[in-house]
Design a protein around this ligand. Sequence first.
Ligand code: UDP
Length: 140
Amino acid sequence: MAVTRTFSIIKPDATRRNLTGTVTKMLEEAGLRVVASKRIQMSREQAEGFYAVHKERPFFGELVSFMISGPVVVQVLEGEDAVKRNRDVMGATNPADAAEGTIRKTCAESIEANSVHGSDSDENAAIEIAFFFKPEEIVG
Ligand code: UDP
C-alpha cells in the first residue's frame, strides 16, 4: 500500500481541554506520522475559506464560529493509505455514532465539537495541506 499524506486539525474543543497530546498519540498509534504541525488561531476569513464547501449547509455559521473560538493544531500526517487510516481512527462525525477506541468516541463533545478534522480524499488532502503549509514546512 502506498505511503500518502493527509491533513488533520485538532479542533478548539480538544485544545481547550488540553487533549493535543492525547489526540496526537492516538494518531501515532494508528500508524500515522506527524510530518508538519503548528498551533494557530484561525481568522474568520480562513475558517470560511477552509469550509467553503459547506457554506450552503445550515451549520456553516456555527461551525465557523466554533473553529475560531480557540486555537487549533493543524497537522500533516503521513502513513500507508493515510486518508482512510486517519478517517478510521477519527470515527464517525457524531461521537454518538463513533466506534469504541476512535478519537471522536474517546474525546469529542458533540457533532460540532468533535475534536478532529480529517481530509476525506487524496485530492482534498492536497488542497487542505496547501491551504495551511508551505512545502518547506513539511519534513517527512
Ligand atoms: N458538523 C456540524 N453539524 C452537523 C454536521 C457536521 O456542526 O450536522 C460539523 C462537524 O464539526 C464536522 C464538520 O461540520 O466535523 C464537517 O462536516 P462533515 O460532514 O464533513 O464531517 P467530517 O468529515 O468532519 O466527519
